[in-house]
Every structure is written in structure tokens, then in C-alpha cells.
Design a protein around this ligand. Structure first.
Ligand code: 13P
Length: 251
């Protein structure tokens, strides 16, 4: 049985006090969430500590939206994996399309970051997804296959239990335009097959989340697909009620 996961990527939203209110709101509604669903939240760096304090004693995992590609040293403005661990993080989101698009994230830096994260005991939510033009050109499988092979094929198989993949078609992020459940399922099955090409049967156990305008009204249909194991949620993760409603959408 693969884990069912709903993860909130808060992106560059909330200041500290708002983040704590959101986390406390989530904590107060956890009784509504089935016990086999894992909840994860990734606040901005500045209030990861406060959010992890607000969620202390709950099973909600706290993580970061990025990390440095070096362990420590003279890298002004960067945040290391050890720093993240010291404020309560157990996972990191890597390869988000916004980081690839606006901050030059590429397979070189992602190889370094995934290595550092896994070696430090972190789970990694590794994001992949094609742009609209890739899909229109019929290149979406090639693009996603390459994003996977150029980084995840280099990871040590022993860490596959710590890997979560998120398929986020760029054209569906923050646009209100969701992939249909069959488009998403088709890509998730392709991702799993691609992972099986390197990791064999272990690929069966890797959770693959869908991300891109996932909300309470469409989560159930997406999560009912055989290869969709949950969601990586942006906008709808900023309201505790919506986030919890999505977490209740598994059959
Ligand atoms: P939205 O849910 O706001 O479309 O964002 C998805 C996303 O990018 C999560 O990482």
C-alpha cells in the first residue's frame, strides 16, 4: 500500500503570525482527517520554526520549499539542510517549476540538493511537469521523462522510500485550469513506469502527487485514479478548511 499524502506548498504567502494561525487552524481540525492520510506543510523559511512549534505533538510534517546545494559555508543568502533540520523540517520540496523558471534551478543543482537532503534523512518531494507549449507539441512525456532521468536516476536506491514525486503541469499551476483526471493518471502511470525502469519493483511504493489547481471540488476525482496518491496543493493550502477538505477526499 502506498502512502496517501496531501502536502501544502505555501509558496511566498503568509507572514509569521498568519502562518501560525493557519497551522493552528489545521491542527484544530485533524480529527476530521482519516488516520491513513499524511499531511505535510511547507511554509516560507522565516516561520518554519513557528509553524513546527504550532504543530508540535501532531503528525503533520513540516518542510521547506527549497534548500541550498552546499552543506555550509560562504553562500550568502542560502539556507542549508542542517539549518532546516534544526527548525523542525523533515522534508524539502525540490525542483518546483517556479524555481526552475524564475531561479535557474536545473538538474545540476537538483542532483546536489537531492543528495544532501537524502543523506541528511529528509524526505524529498521532487516536482516535475511540462509547460503548455510542450504539451501542445506532444513533448510532455519526453520533458517529464528527462526531468526524472537527469536527477532521480542518480539517487541511491536505498533512499527510494524517502522519495515523493509531484506531477505539476505548469499550465495548471495557479491558473484554475486542472489537468483532467485521465490526463493526470496517464502521466502518473508514465512516471511510475519510468521510475520502474531504474528502481524496479520499488517504484510501486513511491507516492506520486498531483499538483495544479487542486481544490476540494476536484480532489476526489483526481485521488480516485490508481496512480494518483494525493496532492501538492498551492492556493487551496492557504485555507485550513480547504486543505482539510482535500485531505478528506480519498475514497
Ligand atoms: P496551485 O494549487 O495554486 O495551482 O499550486 C500548485 C503548486 O504549484 C503546488 O506546488
Amino acid at each position: 500500500m502506498r502512502k496517501k499524502i496531501v502536502a501544502g506548498n505555501w509558496k511566498m504567502n503568509t507572514i509569521k503570525d498568519e502562518g501560525v494561525v493557519l497551522a493552528s487552524g489545521i491542527a484544530s481540525k485533524l480529527n476530521d482527517v482519516p488516520s491513513d492520510v499524511t499531511l505535510m506543510v511547507a511554509p516560507p523559511f522565516t516561520h518554519i520554526y513557528n509553524v513546527s512549534e504550532a504543530l508540535k505533538g501532531t503528525a503533520v510534517e513540516v518542510g521547506a520549499q527549497n534548500c541550498a546545494d552546499h552543506k555550509s559555508g560562504a553562500y550568502t543568502g542560502e539556507v542549508s539542510i542542517d539549518m532546516l533540520k534544526s527548525v523542525g523540517c523533515s522534508f524539502v520540496i525540490l525542483g518546483h517549476s517556479e524555481r526552475r523558471e524564475y531561479y535557474g534551478e536545473n538538474s545540476d543543482s537538483l542532483n546536489l540538493k537531492t543528495d544532501l537532503a537524502f543523506e541528511s534523512g529528509f524526505s524529498v518531494i521532487f516536482c516535475v511537469g511540462e509547460k503548455l507549449s510542450d504539451r501542445e507539441d506532444g513533448k510532455h512525456f519526453d520533458v517529464v521523462g528527462e526531468q526524472i532521468k537527469s536527477v532521480l536516476y542518480n539517487m541511491k536506491p536505498e533512499f527510494s522510500g524517502k522519495l515523493i514525486i509531484a506531477y505539476e503541469p505548469v499550465w495548471a499551476i495557479g491558473t484554475g485550469k486542472t489537468a483532467t483526471s485521465s490526463q493526470a493518471q496517464e502521466m502518473h502511470a508514465f512516471i511510475r513506469k519510468t521510475m520502474a525502469g531504474k528502481f524496479g519493483k520499488d517504484a510501486e511504493n513511491i507516492p506520486i502527487l498531483y499538483g495544479g489547481s487542486c481544490k476540494p471540488s476536484n480532489a476526489a476525482e483526481l485521488f480516485a485514479q490508481p496512480d494518483i496518491d494525493g496532492g501538492l496543493i498551492g492556493g487551496a493550502a492557504l485555507k485550513a478548511d480547504d486543505f482539510i477538505a482535500i485531505a478528506k477526499s480519498f475514497k
